[in-house]
Design a protein around this ligand. Structure first.
Ligand SMILES: [Fe+2]
Ligand SMILES: [Fe+2]
Length: 230
């Protein structure tokens, strides 16, 4: 059996390369993947995920939109709302992402998470229309964090929502678009407060979240190395 061993840090760097490839094609989403990943890490931790499950959530959140690599530039970078037929095409990105990551036995479990990041709690999402707890827990977390970042970011054709509008929107969609229990946890997250606070000039990753994640990575690396040695 092959003796190669990829550390969690290298694994993460490879994922950063994939995300950079997407951001080169779609510069408008620059930073989106990282912000969603950091917020998902915080929400996942608050919701009780630990160790591998939390790290997998973080990596999957980084990669959640990787399937947009397969979407034509004219649609991806369109300076305005999408036509219905363009929406149909862009809605293929979770399946494209699933197919890309499914190529790797090391990333296949992340492919499952990103396949469902546009499902809705009420079953009206895509690609499969899964409902409620049938949607993988990590996918439900990414769905909320993705929406928070979309609402709190400017688009060429609209301003970011105010903190009040953002919170109203999230609460109005509890049990419709989002897992209601997860929405309730958001106000306790420092990164959520920062995401919706437009008074801040920039929204870098919270040092606490990054430090916490690095500690998890170090602990996982040590654990996997011990398992590998044994
Ligand atoms: Fe997406
Ligand atoms: Fe996204």
């Amino acid at each position: 059996m092959s003796s190669w061993w990829v550390t969690a840090e290298i694994y993460h760097e490879i994922i950063d390369c994939l995300v950079a490839a997407l951001e080169a094609k779609d510069p408008y989403t620059k930073g989106h993947s990282t912000r969603v990943a950091d917020l998902a890490y915080e929400l996942g931790g608050k919701a009780g995920l630990r160790e591998e499950a939390l790290e997998d959530l973080h990596l999957a959140a980084h990669l959640h939109d990787i399937g947009k690599i397969g979407i034509p530039d004219g649609i991806l970078n369109k300076n305005g709302p999408l036509l219905p037929e363009e929406q149909t095409i862009i809605r293929e990105h979770p399946v494209i992402g699933y197919q890309i990551l499914g190529q790797s036995s090391q990333l296949r479990h992340l492919a499952e998470i990103i396949l469902y990041h546009h499902e809705r709690w009420d079953g009206l999402g895509y690609p499969l229309g899964l409902k409620g707890e049938a949607i993988p827990f990590s996918s439900r977390i990414i769905a909320i964090c993705d929406a928070v970042d979309a609402m709190s970011s400017a688009r060429p054709y609209r301003k970011p929502l105010s903190p009040e509008e953002c919170w109203r929107e999230l609460r109005a969609n509890r049990g419709r678009q989002f897992d209601p229990a997860l929405v309730e946890l958001l106000p306790e997250l420092p990164l959520f407060q920062r995401a919706i606070d437009h008074a801040l000039p920039s929204r870098p990753s919270a040092e606490t979240a990054v430090t916490g994640r690095l500690q998890t990575v170090a602990a996982l690396s040590a654990k996997r190395a011990r398992a590998h040695a044994g």
